[in-house]
Design a binder for this molecule. Structure first.
Ligand SMILES: [Mg+2]
Length: 349
C-alpha cells in the first residue's frame, strides 16, 4: 500500500540546529562508485576518470534575484540550482560527475523547505548520474543563497570552447528559444490575474530547465562543434559572447529561430491586450534568458558528424539559425533585411 505523504516539517533550521540539519541532509545524499569519501568528512575525495580533464563550475542562486518562491516550488529551486551548473558543464562538452552544495539559510527557513529543496536537487542528480559529494550549511543574516559547484569530465582534446568559431561556420541552437522568459512572464501574470491566459509548456521549461548534458557530450565526442556556449541570458547575449571570444561576427536569420507556437501565440495575445510589459516573440527569443539551450557553431565539413549527433539525440531538435562572418558585428536578418542585433540583458542593470 502506498504510504501517505509525511506531514510537512514546520520547524525552522533554528529549531533543529546546524548539526542535526547537516545530519538530516547527509542522510538523504546517495553515493556513486567514484566518490571515495563522501559527505561527513572534512572534504570529499573523488577518483579521477582516466584520460579526462576535470571541468569545474559554480553558480549561486539568490532568493529574490534568481528565483521567487511565490512563482516556483522549493523542488523547482533545487532542480534549478543544479541544472544551471550542469548546463555550464554541457557547454564545455563535459559529462557531470559530482556537485558540492553550499546553503546559506536565514534562521527562519523551514525544514519543510530544506526537505523539498533537497528532493528537487537530488532527483535531478540521480537522473544525471551526479553525486552530491559534500557541502556546507551557514546561517544567513538575511537572504537565502544556494551555491552549487559542479565537476565534470571531458577528454582534453574534446573540450568545447567559446573561441573556436570561424568565418563560414554555421550557427546552431538546440531545443527552442524564448520558453524561459515566456514561462516566467506567464507565471507572474497569472499571479496578478487568475484568469490570465497561460503558457503551460513554457512555465514548466522555466521552472525545470533541462541541461543539455547529452547534446554537449555528443557534440564534443563526435567533434561536431567548433565553439559552444549555454544560453542563460538569451540568444543575443550568447551570440555576442561567442563572436567576441572567436574574434568573428555572425548573421542570424530571425525566420530560422526555433520558437514554439505557444510562445508566438502568447506573445501576440499579450501585445493585443495592451500589456505594458508585452514583448514580441522575437524579443523573448533574443533577450529572454533562462532557456539553457546550447548555442554552437560547426564547420560545413562537420555536417555529417552533426547529423550523427542529431540521430543520437532523437527528439531534441538542432536548428541552423545563421552563419559566422569574417567581419565582426552581429546582424539580424528580418524578412531578408539585415539590421544590427538589438539589446542585451545585464545583471547589474
Ligand atoms: Mg555558461
Amino acid at each position: 500500500m502506498p504510504q501517505p505523504p509525511a506531514a510537512p516539517d514546520t520547524r525552522t533550521v533554528l529549531d533543529l540546529g546546524e548539526r542535526a540539519l547537516v545530519e538530516r541532509i547527509t542522510a538523504k545524499l546517495g553515493s556513486r562508485p567514484w566518490v571515495l569519501v563522501g559527505p561527513g568528512d572534512d572534504a570529499a575525495v573523488v577518483t579521477p576518470e582516466p584520460r579526462t580533464a576535470d571541468v569545474l563550475t559554480t553558480d549561486a542562486l539568490v532568493d529574490g534575484v534568481h528565483f521567487d518562491l511565490r512563482l516556483m516550488s522549493p523542488e523547482d529551486v533545487g532542480h534549478r540550482a543544479l541544472a544551471v551548473n550542469l548546463s555550464d558543464l554541457a557547454a564545455m562538452g563535459a559529462r557531470p560527475r559530482c556537485a558540492l552544495l553550499s546553503l546559506v539559510l536565514p534562521s527562519s527557513t523551514t525544514i519543510e523547505f530544506v526537505d523539498r529543496f533537497l528532493d528537487g536537487i537530488l532527483r535531478l542528480a540521480a537522473s544525471e548520474g551526479v553525486a552530491v559529494a559534500g557541502g556546507n550549511v551557514t546561517r544567513s543574516p538575511g537572504t537565502l543563497v544556494i551555491d552549487v559547484t559542479a565537476v565534470g569530465a571531458v577528454h582534453p582534446r574534446r573540450v568545447l570552447r567559446r573561441s573556436g568559431a570561424r568565418a563560414g561556420d554555421d550557427v546552431y541552437v538546440t531545443g527552442t528559444l524564448g520558453d524561459g522568459a515566456t514561462g516566467l512572464a506567464s507565471l507572474r501574470r497569472s499571479r496578478e490575474d487568475a484568469g490570465a491566459r497561460r503558457a503551460p509548456v513554457a512555465e514548466v521549461r522555466y521552472r525545470r530547465p533541462e541541461a543539455r548534458t547529452r547534446a554537449g557530450h555528443l557534440l564534443s565526442r563526435n567533434k561536431a562543434a567548433s565553439a559552444c556556449i549555454d544560453l542563460s541570458d538569451g540568444l543575443g547575449d550568447g551570440l555576442r559572447r561567442l563572436a567576441e571570444a572567436s574574434g568573428a561576427g555572425m548573421t542570424i536569420d530571425a525566420g530560422l529561430l526555433p520558437v514554439r507556437e505557444e510562445v508566438r501565440t502568447w506573445a501576440a495575445l499579450q501585445s493585443q491586450s495592451g500589456a505594458s510589459d508585452a514583448r514580441g516573440w522575437l524579443e523573448l527569443a533574443l533577450d529572454g534568458g533562462d532557456d539553457y539551450e546550447l548555442l554552437f557553431t560547426a564547420s560545413p565539413r562537420a555536417r555529417g558528424r552533426l547529423r550523427g549527433v542529431q540521430r543520437l539525440l532523437g527528439d531534441l531538435p538542432i536548428t541552423r539559425i545563421g552563419q559566422v562572418t569574417k567581419d565582426r558585428g552581429l546582424r539580424l536578418l528580418v524578412d531578408g533585411d539585415a539590421r544590427p542585433m538589438p539589446g542585451g540583458f545585464e545583471h547589474f542593470r
